[in-house]
Design a protein around this ligand. Structure first.
Ligand SMILES: [Fe+2]
Ligand SMILES: [Fe+2]
Length: 206
């Protein structure tokens, strides 16, 4: 749904995020590689799982189902790539941690009220996680010492930028564009608050 041009445009703008990642984060990540790769693997797993849930929940939205079905495969492919990287380095896939960042985002989702608003928030939550992941992967692709890993993370960065765009496009397909834009601004402001409040740790992607 997204052509090459608009994808790189999105990547250049770092996707509207209001708070850039603290530059020290890459150095912290670099010294906790096993933990960061483990956390990354579970981010990919959760992305795949959530896309499956959206397909189940909104099975009658034909375009959504068609668009997300291949994303499930892609995210699971990402999981496998990260798992391979862990094993290649003699690391193990550790335990899944409590995801404070995602839990905070979920708390912002509209719970009751109109169906459209709840649907929109689910799509925007995904868009936001993709955007922040993309930004973090960009940091890794630029700041890591290991040239192989820099390239490794560049591929993820590009892929997640495409996913971010896809979730926004899906929202705009089903819901009035102005409503999407306004709510997206609220999400961006809220996400910046979360990022500000969260402890800077090198053992997690967010
Ligand atoms: Fe991914
Ligand atoms: Fe993704």
């Amino acid at each position: 749904m997204t052509d090459e041009h608009s994808l790189s445009e999105h990547t250049r703008n770092i996707l509207g995020l209001q708070l850039p990642t603290d530059p020290r984060w890459v150095n912290l990540a670099e010294i906790s590689l096993e933990a960061i790769l483990t956390d990354h693997a579970y981010c990919e797993q959760k992305a795949a799982t959530t896309c499956i849930t959206l397909i189940q929940r909104y099975s009658r939205r034909k375009e959504l189902v068609a668009a997300l079905a291949p994303i499930v495969t892609e995210e699971w492919g990402h999981f496998r790539l990260v798992l391979h990287e862990l094993h290649k380095r003699g690391f193990q896939l550790g335990q899944q941690r409590k995801d404070l960042y995602v839990n905070k985002l979920l708390a912002f989702q509209q719970q009751g009220g109109d169906e459209e608003g709840r649907f929109l928030d689910q799509l925007l939550t995904m868009a936001l996680i993709e955007a922040r992941s993309c930004e973090r992967f960009k940091r890794l692709s630029e700041g890591l010492e290991d040239a192989y890993l820099r390239q490794f993370y560049r591929r993820f960065m590009e892929s997640e930028a495409g996913h971010y765009a896809l979730f926004i496009e899906l929202a705009e397909l089903y819901i009035d564009k102005e409503k999407v834009r306004n709510r997206w601004q609220e999400w961006l402001a809220y996400e910046a608050e979360i990022m500000q409040a969260l402890e800077l740790r090198g053992d997690r992607i967010h």
